[in-house]
Design a protein around this ligand. Structure first.
Ligand code: MOS
Length: 708
């Protein structure tokens, strides 16, 4: 029997489409009250007064929490990064527009909305800056936090200045990606229930129940065991729910103050500012190459926006360290402080935005050298990590290039721009390399064999659309030698064995490994007890008295990993149609071939990659948090103004799986696939737009006005 690799449909699919799957806001508790946020309309300054007198006189209104009357939290509101600094009405400071400044609580949702609308805020504004270019002169280096470890802001090898001098062709350009805002289908939501003065149950839409538990325990000065966090289903997260934001503390505070369970959901406009997004970046690329295409210099310097009160660094220049063979490399990160909410991880944070710049620059170099863009990449294929001087644990990038190019029909491309038309549209083809780290963090799991021969496996990871319920069940069933129907996998509860954050494409690799190890351990134990195969598990448990037999295991990165660079790789190919009169761009086809270790479930893997590639379309053509600079606020505050790729924007998306064996990366042999589909996609599209039009767009998104 072999379940791993089977394209099993999502086991939670029926629950999701019938509405049986319960998301955070849907949990019902007797006596529930409803909270609605009131947010600042100034970008910087102080709240002088929150006038809630009219609101609190309305029927059903239980309280309006303000900086004046909100409870003082006995503990700190923040922990170690990536935990975010939040605003929980503990002082009168305003750091960004749309920051929470009050919370209206009522006995019904409608009354809470009504009360929130009646709250009047008087504030003292101070001068604000939301424009990256205004503060670029004050950019400072900052290390990154990625995959749970600290990565130095700058790394270099060789002498880039010399490499540029020795080059026959050079590209020195600046690229820009706009601020983007997280908009999962399900906005953030929290339900807080105080079971006792020092016991709290929380239903939250999160990527990490243990982070929510830690933050609440710290803020309310309670042992963490007293905080129970549950999240069975999360309606999209993509990094936005990786750290608990202000509303989590505010909901628990509101519940404490009104003495009732309280539920709070962010409304769509609340998403813009207080729960992060991709920061505005300005990236300088300098490439030098010999006539034959071999790189002599690669410099990638990135500046990204962060808030005044917290740090997030978009790791745009990280890939330059690992992707291409080059004797002279430098990669630098700077942060620029603005009066905005703290940006955060957003699907392939750094890799997606950085690959737009790097892979666009390579395309420009190919033009300068009169080389095929794919040929240029093959000429600079890194056989080992160029900066760390160590091998890759596995690398199938050549196969990705070959498979992708073949399926896409790359040989049909004309090197000359504006050479192909179809039905009056300019046709362009472009490509880019994709890469994303093979992350692995310590994870724990338990496995239990029941007296009826069914197994229960648990780990406190999250189902965020990643297919966790399905894939973990497959891994467990394989390791136990059981059919998948006999195995249940449960997740999303802080009382379960501890799992890392469900982010960084880390979960299937990490929890998958823990599940594999614990199920192997359970199987071995049952065999020692006399089981001679899966058919005799029930009998063995019954003979031992009938109580479930349980094992617990932990998977953790070992020393061996340190000797390798671990990356998933891919090759993205885009065909665009550009209307020569209107400047409208359509992505007719996206083909991406990806090698990310073992494929546990081809159907779900394709679905992850497809989703990532669709994000690439959004990044290339649509997403942009537009600021009103005078007011210091994002004015595109809903899905009518903030555009994401919709069905009509998505034509043919074809992810190709290039399977590879990797015995180093983690016991499951998996390099995550949640993010790599977004990497390189925007660059492939921008490069295709150049091929179609001869116009090089270095600032995203590519809107019609840029092309006319
Ligand atoms: Mo993802 S941006 O690592 O949740």
């Amino acid at each position: 029997m072999k379940n791993i690799g089977d394209p099993l449909p999502r086991v939670d699919g029926p629950a999701k489409v019938t509405g049986a799957a319960r998301y955070a806001y849907e949990w019902q508790v007797p006596g529930m009250a409803y909270a609605v946020l009131v947010t600042s309309n100034t970008a910087r300054g102080r709240v002088l007064e929150v006038d809630a007198s009219a609101a609190t006189r309305e029927p059903g209104v239980l309280a309006v929490l303000t900086p004046q009357n909100a409870m003082r939290l006995p503990g700190p509101t923040q922990g170690e990064p990536p935990d975010r600094v939040v605003q929980a009405l503990q002082d009168d400071r305003v750091y960004f527009s749309n920051q929470p400044v009050a919370v209206a609580v009522a006995d019904t949702f409608e009354r809470a909305v009504h009360a929130a609308l009646m709250v009047r805020i008087r504030s003292e504004p101070a001068r604000h800056t939301v424009r990256l270019e205004d503060e670029l002169a004050n950019a400072v280096p900052h290390d990154l936090i990625a995959g749970g470890r600290s990565i130095p802001a700058d790394e270099a090898r060789g002498d880039v200045a010399r490499g540029l001098r020795e080059a026959d062709a050079r590209v020195e350009q600046t690229y820009e990606t706009p601020p983007e805002t997280h908009n999962p289908m399900e906005p953030h939501a929290t339900v807080a229930v105080w079971e006792a003065p020092d016991r709290l149950t929380v239903y939250d839409s999160t990527q990490w129940v243990f982070a929510v538990q830690r933050k609440l325990a710290r803020a309310f000065a309670m042992p963490k065991e007293n905080v129970h966090v549950i999240a069975k289903f999360v309606g999209g997260a993509f990094g936005s729910k990786g750290s608990p934001w202000s509303h989590v503390l505010l909901t628990a505070m509101a519940a404490k103050q009104v003495g009732r369970p309280v539920k709070l959901a962010l409304m769509r406009p609340h998403m813009f500012g207080m729960v992060g997004g991709r920061p505005h970046t300005r990236q300088k690329l300098a490439l030098g190459a010999r006539k034959d295409g071999r790189l002599t210099a690669l410099s990638h310097q990135s500046a990204s926006a962060t808030s005044r009160f917290d740090v997030f660094v978009e790791g745009c220049a990280l890939q330059a360290r690992h992707l291409y063979a080059c004797p002279n490399i430098e990669s630098k990160h700077r942060i620029v402080r603005l009066d905005i909410g703290t940006p955060t991880f957003m699907r392939a944070p750094g890799e997606a935005s950085g690959s737009f710049a790097l892979e666009s620059a390579l395309d420009e170099l190919a033009v300068a050298l009169d080389l095929d863009p794919l040929e240029l990449r093959l000429k600079n294929h890194a056989e080992k990590d160029p900066i760390e001087d160590r091998p890759f644990s596995s690398k199938s990038l050549r196969a990705c290039y070959a498979e992708g190019a073949r399926r896409f029909g790359w040989e049909k491309r004309s090197a000359r721009p504006r050479a192909q038309t179809r039905e009056g549209m300019l046709v362009g083809m472009g490509m880019a390399t994709a890469a994303y780290p093979g992350n692995f963090a310590p994870a724990q799991a338990l496995a239990r064999m029941n007296a009826d021969g069914t197994a229960l496996v648990q780990s406190g990871m999250l189902e965020v659309g990643n297919g966790a319920y399905t894939v973990m069940r497959q891994v467990a069933a394989d390791a136990l030698g059981l059919p998948v129907e006999k195995v249940r996998f449960d997740l999303g509860d802080s009382t379960m064995p501890e799992a890392p954050i469900t982010a960084g494409s880390i979960s299937t690799a990490s929890v998958g490994s823990a599940v594999l190890l614990v199920c192997r351990a359970l199987r071995q134990r049952l065999e020692q007890m006399g089981a001679s195969g899966a058919a005799s598990y029930a009998e063995v448990v019954q003979r031992a008295g009938g109580a479930p037999i349980e094992e617990r295991s932990k998977a953790a990165p070992g020393e061996e990993r340190k000797r390798y660079t671990m990356l998933g790789h891919g090759a993205q190919f885009a065909e665009v149609l550009v209307d020569p009169e209107l400047g409208m761009v359509r992505v007719a086809r996206l083909v991406g071939a990806f090698a990310c270790g073992r494929v546990l479930n081809a159907r779900l893997a394709r679905s992850q990659l497809m989703g990532g590639m669709v994000w690439g379309i959004g990044m290339a053509l649509h997403e942009h948090s537009v600021y009103d600079e005078k007011l210091g606020r994002i004015i595109s505050r809903d899905l009518a103004d903030y555009h994401v790729a919709s069905n009509a924007d998505v034509q043919s998306i074809e992810p190709i799986l290039v399977e590879e064996e990797d015995t180093v990366v983690d016991p499951a042999g998996v390099k995550g696939m949640g993010e790599i589909g977004t990497c390189g996609a925007a660059a492939a599209i921008a490069n295709a737009v150049f091929n179609a039009t001869g116009r090089r767009i270095r600032s995203l998104p590519i809107t019609p006005d840029n092309l006319l």
